[in-house]
Design a protein around this ligand. Structure first.
Ligand code: GRF
Length: 215
């Protein structure tokens, strides 16, 4: 069994991805969630963390005069846990370049589209408006380019007749809950890493869309 991989999770809302990560933990999984931090005191994910016995912190962006000050406070708390990996799980803040560089290669995000398509917000509506035949979600390393870092893993599905935003949202969420814990586990096991050329799995450079799982 591998040594524990200390993880800190950043959230802003419901935390269903956090819950999927918590549910994936077990004796044969080296991942250990050390703390959950939210920029919103009312985030339901804080209750999920509390129920799992995970320490929580609230760092409210509205209490800081600028992004640099907020990110510095966030970084101070995160680094108290000496994390091997920091996860953005529905964390709705744009991070400063200095923060992102500090966690280079150990900062992952889950994004609700098939990157590099539909970076940013409103991804389900934009997939429908574009007439996409497929949709899905991506786990990627975070770099200074918003939603632009190397993709590790994607779940893809055919849109078919489910042409409402609600239907796509549910399908993407279900897919996220599969691929985020899987990518985190790969990282914790030392199988997934960021190299200068891109994301690598088991020593092999992944394509720009990452490892693909069709669901
Ligand atoms: C997810 O759809 C994720 O892709 C996006 O924010 C949402 C968070 O959902 N970045 P939850 O808080 O994990 O339920």
């Amino acid at each position: 069994m591998s040594a524990p991989c200390n993880v800190v999770v950043l959230i802003s809302g419901s935390g269903s991805n956090l819950q999927a990560l918590i549910d994936s933990l077990g004796e044969d999984n080296p991942t250990c969630i050390r703390a959950v931090i939210s920029n919103r005191a009312e985030a339901f994910g804080l209750q999920r963390a509390g129920a799992a016995g995970i320490p929580t912190h609230v760092v409210q962006h509205k209490d800081f005069s600028d992004r640099e000050a907020f990110d510095a406070a966030l970084k101070t708390i995160i680094d108290e846990y000496s994390p091997h990996l920091v996860l953005l799980a529905g964390f709705m803040r744009i991070l400063t370049p200095g923060f992102v560089r500090h966690y280079q290669g150990r900062l992952l995000n889950i994004h609700p589209s098939l990157l590099p398509k539909h970076k940013g917000l409103d991804t389900h509506r934009r997939a429908l408006d574009a007439g996409d035949s497929e949709h899905g979600c991506s786990v990627h390393f975070v770099t200074e380019e918003l939603d632009g870092g190397p993709v590790a893993l994607q779940a893809v599905f055919t849109i078919g007749n489910e042409n409402s935003i609600d239907a796509l949202t549910s399908r993407v969420h279900a897919a996220e809950h599969v691929i985020y814990p899987l990518a985190v586990r790969w990282f914790a096991e030392g199988r997934l890493r960021l190299a200068s050329e891109g994301a690598m799995l088991d020593g092999v450079l992944l394509p720009v869309t990452g490892h693909l799982i069709r669901i």
